[in-house]
Design a protein around this ligand. Sequence first.
Ligand code: NAD
Ligand code: UFG
Length: 337
Amino acid sequence: MQRILVTGGSGYIGSHICVELLTSGFQAVVVDNLSNSNREAIRRVETIAEQSVDFIQGDILDESLLRRVLEDYNIDAVVHLAGLKAVGESVSHPLRYYDNNVAGSRSLLQAMDAVGLKKIVFSSSATVYGNPSINPVAESAALNPTNPYGRSKLFVEEMLADLASSDDDWHVAVLRYFNPVGAHHSGLIGEDPLDTPNNLMPYVSKVAAGKLERLSVFGDDYSTRDGTGVRDYIHVVDLAKGHLAALNSLSTGTGVDVYNLGTGTGYSVLEVIREFVEAAGHDIPYGVVARRPGDIAECYADPGKAERELGWRAQLGLAAMCEDAWRWQRNNPEGFQ
Ligand code: NAD
Ligand code: UFG
């Protein structure tokens, strides 16, 4: 049985990846410092999968801890998600991002190199494209991140590329996620933001649940079909399955392979609200306000490369994303607390 180290495995996306790993015959070992997650998420993963996870509370900046984990658990490959992800915070505290995301990744790669484990799947983001000039966005599009968070992702991508060109034994899959949303169908795990959410879907969920008063729609004067921003929302379970496909491809891949993980379909803010109203069965108060600084009009993926090379394609549509997000919200009004 293959043993996979999942850094950041108790977080939103990591917990869903752990479920898919366990239910597909892998063993999951998680290292997470719980800076943005709850230990309860791992217990819920174990409930869903009816299998246990080896959980180690620790920081990826702790290289000697990582070395010990890689050796003690005889790890076969790493899925690397640990990092900070708030764009606004990255602008006000850039060093936190270069430390956690870039130095943290360097520490992990150093530990892997030291024990001779050279297979990794890395969580990157569509944010590395910045404001794409053409949609759908292919992996070959220009990379132009516009904030420290996005640059931290790009730097790690480049670090991985340098490593792979220095040593043929490295097998790397870089996954550029579009907009992960939704929750596991069981309603047991989902996104649990510590503060007021910045992202659309968790904000809509909280308004629908009456925990926030009303949603602000950031601008309706973009050159999109209804004037509101268009994004490629992808169900987190589809996203998690993309990691299994990437893991399975690692031994046959060539050095570094980069894949967009998106559905290929963009939805506007108003379309998301309408679908969420359907899922929740009642109205969601909202009003249009000014554009959010730094936002772009439109961004959706060309996911063709992942389909051709990994045999992976997103299966779940916007209705399932909203229904599952709503089930998670309704069943867990206080998140994991
Ligand atoms: P999350 O915050 O829920 O998960 C990240 C996890 O990493 C958390 O559990 C946190 O405690 C842990 N962590 C952070 N710094 C750490 C450190 N130094 N050592 C050990 N653990 C640490 O976020 P998520 O949404 O699950 O995102 C997972 C990954 O996917 C991140 O790398 C993120 O940048 C990337 N990503 C997320 C999105 C998104 O919209 N959610 C989009 C694109 C890419
Ligand atoms: N939006 C609102 N109101 C809100 C929140 C968002 O109208 O309260 C709008 C935004 O203006 C945008 C759309 O909803 O048009 C989606 O916004 P999100 O904040 O959910 O997502 P973004 O595409 O702006 O950013 C997300 C992550 C980034 C990541 C990027 C690309 O937050 O970290 O996707 O993967 F880099």
